[in-house]
Design a protein around this ligand. Structure first.
Ligand SMILES: [Zn+2]
Length: 313
């Protein structure tokens, strides 16, 4: 499912609200959103307006950048590897690295979409306390967002599990290239690539793993795996963003893992509004002040055009 080439980049998308809010001249309702959807989004503007907002994003935000969501309505079911499987099973580890070796390049080539651009614009206008993302694709940073917590790590870093040294993914790619000459050429037409850079490659049996250049230890992509905890200081930083905010906006996440859901519960418990924009059911729906089932890019573009500037104090 490679649809990236058909999707407009941020520069070519005329729907981008890059001019920000212009008071007294509400933008016309876009043709791709129905009247009911616009009504719900207008309700979100009322709930979020006048407050600084914390934003939590998930894979649904990056589907318009050609990165399929493995929990979305159209996704192929895929069982992510657990940390215990990764460190405990060499056959699975070899398979994981082989597929990642092909897949990470896809994430590197992906471009941010209108949704990422809208959130960067909201931050520039001073409306956000920060952005917490469950995505490892770094597209928020590419779009210009500054205060971003990569809750589950990033695809472009690798860590050594023995000496904890970190390496750029590109450096490890060179090591793997030398150890597996011709592999990429053979497997470069892998179709589907998941948000965690897992490419659809089956011939992985003789793939040779790279070791840590410092201590010869085991290398792992710098992701938080299933069965692994988010580092404590990262969680504290994320709670800081949430506590500074007067509201939480969730965009494109089914909140199926506790690492994201806990922020929704926390904000709801504090009596602040939670707005969830996601196609399909989420585990946070019961805590939401407002749930909107529309495309995430369209919704964020709509919101950035209508949310008012904060009164300077
Ligand atoms: Zn090491």
């Amino acid at each position: 499912m490679r649809q990236r080439g058909n999707l407009p980049g941020p520069e070519s998308n005329p729907r981008l609200g890059l001019t920000g809010f212009v008071s007294g001249t509400p933008a016309p309702h876009p043709a791709h959103l129905g009247p009911e959807e616009c009504q719900l989004l207008d309700a979100a503007v009322v709930l979020l307006g006048g407050r600084r907002i914390a934003v939590l994003t998930g894979a649904g935000l990056s589907t318009d950048s050609g990165i399929p969501d493995y929990r979305g309505p159209q996704s192929v079911p895929r069982k992510p590897m657990t940390y215990q499987q990764f460190v405990g099973d060499e056959v699975l580890r070899r398979r994981y690295w082989a597929r990642n070796h092909v897949g990470w390049r896809h994430l590197r080539r992906a471009d941010p979409n209108a949704g990422h651009a809208a959130l960067a614009k909201l931050e520039q206008r001073g409306l956000l306390t920060g952005l917490i993302t469950q995505n490892v694709d770094k597209l928020h940073s590419s779009a210009g967002s500054v205060n971003v917590i990569d809750l589950h790590g990033t695809f472009d870093r690798v860590v050594c599990l023995q000496c904890t040294a970190g390496f750029p993914r590109s450096h490890v790619a060179d090591l793997l290239e030398d150890l597996n000459p011709g592999y990429l050429e053979r497997e470069s037409d892998a179709g589907d690539v998941a948000p965690d850079a897992d490419a659809d490659v089956d011939d992985t049996g003789d793939f040779v793993l790279a070791r840590c250049p410092v201590c010869d230890g085991m290398l792992k992509p710098d992701f938080v795996y299933f069965g692994e905890n988010v580092p404590r200081d990262r969680v504290a930083d994320a709670y800081g963003i949430v506590d500074d905010a007067g509201a939480l906006l969730v965009a494109g996440s089914s909140l199926s893992v506790m690492s994201g859901l806990r922020f929704v519960r926390h904000v709801s418990k504090a009596g602040k509004p939670v707005v969830i924009v996601n196609r399909g059911w989420t585990r946070g729906d019961e805590f939401a002040s407002l749930k909107i089932e529309v495309g995430v890019s369209e919704a964020l573009t709509y919101l950035v055009e209508r949310l008012p500037d904060l009164a300077s104090s």
